[in-house]
Design a protein around this ligand. Structure first.
Ligand code: FEO
Length: 171
């Protein structure tokens, strides 16, 4: 059985993961609008990963006889001034999500909830990758921002991203 405090923390986090999916889907739409289809592909796959994160948490709460309670998901922005500003926002958002997961993990330790703590280890490791992925692209975009030719090459690279095995929620 999950404690009310841990359940509330998960419900808040599930909302944040769903917002992440909403945000990255909005970013994919934006990239489609500005004809950067490779970047749009990258963001669409990221959207699916976020939905898988939410689903993993939903399953965990349900498996522990908790109650998943949905709240309204905030509307994300719909346009950005440059590819760099998109990925700077994405990086900042991932840092926020890492902090948020760390807080639940600390609460789980405080409550001696070993099952939750063990479950969250996957997310703690995943966040290292999530931050690094976004930051790598920020750094590349800083290098190419004044060279449209380089941006199109980067767009072609972004088109190569395929769903990670973990994106199906099985990991
Ligand atoms: Fe679900 Fe991008 O963290």
């Amino acid at each position: 059985m999950i404690s009310p405090e841990i359940q509330d923390a998960f419900n808040k986090q599930i909302n944040r993961e769903l917002y992440s999916a909403y945000l990255y889907s909005a970013m994919a739409n934006h990239f489609n609008n500005v004809n950067l289809k490779g970047f749009a592909n990258w963001m669409r796959i990221q959207t699916d990963e976020e939905l898988a994160h939410a689903r993993k948490m939903i399953d965990f709460v349900n498996n522990r006889n908790g109650r998943v309670i949905y709240e309204a998901v905030d509307a994300p922005p719909s346009s950005w001034e440059s590819p760099l500003s998109v990925f700077e926002e994405s990086y900042k958002h991932e840092c926020f999500i890492s902090e948020s997961i760390n807080e639940i993990s600390s609460l789980a330790m405080q409550k001696k909830d070993h099952a939750t703590h063990a479950f969250l280890e996957w997310f703690v490791t995943e966040q290292v990758e999530e931050e690094a992925n976004a930051d790598d692209i920020v750094q590349q975009l800083k290098l190419v921002q004044d060279a449209p030719g380089a941006l199109f090459i980067l767009d072609r690279e972004m088109a190569q991203r395929t769903p990670a095995p973990a994106a199906d929620g099985a990991a």
